[in-house]
Design a protein. Sequence first.
Length: 41
Amino acid sequence: MGYQTKIQLIKRVNSEQWYVNFPAAVAQAIEFKQGSCRMGN
């Protein structure tokens, strides 16, 4: 079973940002909450 996920890279002069659009089922499985931030080490 697969879910389509949109990934977008925004490159600016001094930085870049990644936007990932998760389907609700994937976000719930990862246990994301509105406004939450996850940092990896």
